[in-house]
Write a protein that binds this ligand. Structure first.
Ligand code: ARG
Length: 459
């Protein structure tokens, strides 16, 4: 059934129909479409625009459609233009003339704006749940590894020693911001567009605030043109999802490096690795690579929608139908990536001894050796120069600072005493750093406790 055949004298060209139709993808929100329609007719009846009997038969019909679609007795017929046409046609088949009154006081423009918002709201909640599980997994790893030493890097060169807990804590902060971005977007978008009509409201005495309340919105949107033309919230969501993917992708890149034969900091579990068809020895980090790879398509969705929207005059334009496939794809991609990533890190083995050995060589304690001299009255710039000489000496002898004898230390600077070994040990280097945000064990314990308290506030 077409919703708009009346003013036409010819059939639509089949290719035009196919090109125009959205049912192949907008069927994804049939639940939300039906929920929106039920709220709309409930409001129409309250306002005396429909009788109570009409409302009852429409609501029964819609509930029947929902049940039948859910359990598979009813299949979505792809010959309809969109999910809205399909539901309305099916309703009229079920309940007759009352069904023809469903679309009173609304347009597909405000209807689709509503459906997409309802769908997006549900998905934001699901994504938040997944981010929460990831955060809680990260905090678990943190608890287990406040004493797992590893090198911290800048420029991918060993810099200063940290712990695995501290490294995981950095990602905890990133995903915590991601979570809060999702909350913000939800709050900002949570206004109902239904009742805005095609663009200019309607002449029926609709109670838009009531429909908004029935659908758990904070209230109705305040400009009917904006209501049907606004896709900002999708752009914000795609931006937040892109940021989540960027974070996951950086994390994956590190895991790929750590899992390499050269590093061997971690071993990805067999259940999360794949093999090679030709090289029997291979165990590849495909999941981490795929998450990194899929980041591109989520960014693509963001740029695509920004581009679609940039030239559109108010109010509704069919271009906006393009918001759906890419948003659905981005949401599904992100959900899949977060779940798999969480599974991968929760089963991954951290090779503590390899990490610690790596932190021990590479002069990650050079800064602490310089600080030792500073604490004994040497100006920092001179101390920097002296430790530079120590490093050069060690490189030539292929040893680390800790391996030097006290005589060797003293030959370069007489300021060094026996207590230098203690001062530049891995434990000291890490655990003396207890300012807010630093990797020292005391500070990490405080952060982990704060993380626990934060996680308990998430619903
Ligand atoms: N399938 C359309 C969309 O996704 C529904 C709105 C149709 N409105 C219209 N005036 N043709 O945007």
């Amino acid at each position: 059934m077409k919703l708009w055949g009346g003013r036409f004298t010819k059939e639509t060209n089949q290719l035009v129909h196919n090109f125009n139709a959205s049912i192949s993808f907008d069927q994804k929100f049939y639940k939300q479409d039906i929920a929106g329609s039920i709220a709309h007719v409930t409001m129409l009846a309250k306002q005396g625009i429909l009788t109570n009997d009409e409302k009852k038969s429409i609501v029964n019909g819609l509930e029947g459609i929902l049940t039948d679609l859910d359990n598979g007795t009813l299949q979505i017929d792809g010959t309809h233009e969109d999910i809205h046409s399909f539901v309305e046609a099916n309703l009229i088949e079920r309940v007759g003339d009352a069904g023809k009154k469903l679309h009173t006081g609304r347009s597909r423009n405000d209807q689709v704006a509503l459906d997409m918002k309802l769908y997006t709201r549900d998905e934001i909640l699901e994504i938040k749940t997944l981010v929460k599980s990831l955060l809680s997994e990260l905090n678990t790893i943190m608890k287990d590894h406040t004493e797992t030493f590893m090198p911290g890097f800048t420029h991918l060169q060993k810099a200063q020693p940290i712990t695995l807990a501290h490294h995981m804590g950095a990602y905890f902060e990133m995903f915590k911001r991601d979570y809060s971005r999702l909350t913000d977007i939800y709050t900002r978008m949570n206004y109902s567009p239904i009742g805005s009509g095609a663009l200019a409201g309607t002449t029926y005495p609709l109670d838009r605030a009531y429909t908004a309340e029935l659908l758990n919105f904070a209230g109705p949107t305040m400009n009917s043109m904006d209501s049907v033309a606004d896709r900002d919230y999708l752009i914000e969501l795609l931006s937040a999802l892109s940021t989540i993917m960027m974070h996951l992708s950086r994390f994956c890149e590190e895991i790929i490096i750590w899992n390499s034969n050269e590093y061997q900091f971690v071993e990805i579990d067999d259940a999360y690795s794949t093999g090679s068809s030709i090289m029997p020895q291979k165990k590849n980090p495909d999941i981490a690579e795929l998450v990194r790879g899929k980041t591109g398509r989520v960014y693509g969705a963001l740029v695509s929608l920004l581009t679609t929207m940039k030239g559109l005059p108010l109010a509704y334009n069919k271009d906006m139908q393009e918001d759906k496939e890419l948003t659905f794809d981005a949401i599904d991609t992100v959900k899949g990536c977060i779940s798999l990533f969480t599974g991968m890190i929760s089963t991954m083995k951290f090779n503590k001894s390899v990490m610690e050995a790596s932190a021990k060589n590479g002069f990650t304690n050079a800064t602490d050796a310089a600080d030792y001299l500073v604490n004994h009255g040497v100006p920092f710039r001179d101390a920097h120069g002296i430790v530079g000489q120590l490093v050069l000496y060690c490189i030539n002898k292929n040893i680390s600072l800790d391996d030097m004898s006290i005589e060797e230390f003293k030959a370069i600077s007489p300021v060094f005493e026996e207590d230098v070994y203690e001062a530049i040990s891995l434990e000291t280097c890490v655990n003396k750093r207890n300012t807010i945000g630093a990797p020292g064990k005391e500070m990490m314990k405080q952060v982990i406790a704060q993380n626990d308290a934060y996680l308990a506030t998430l619903n």
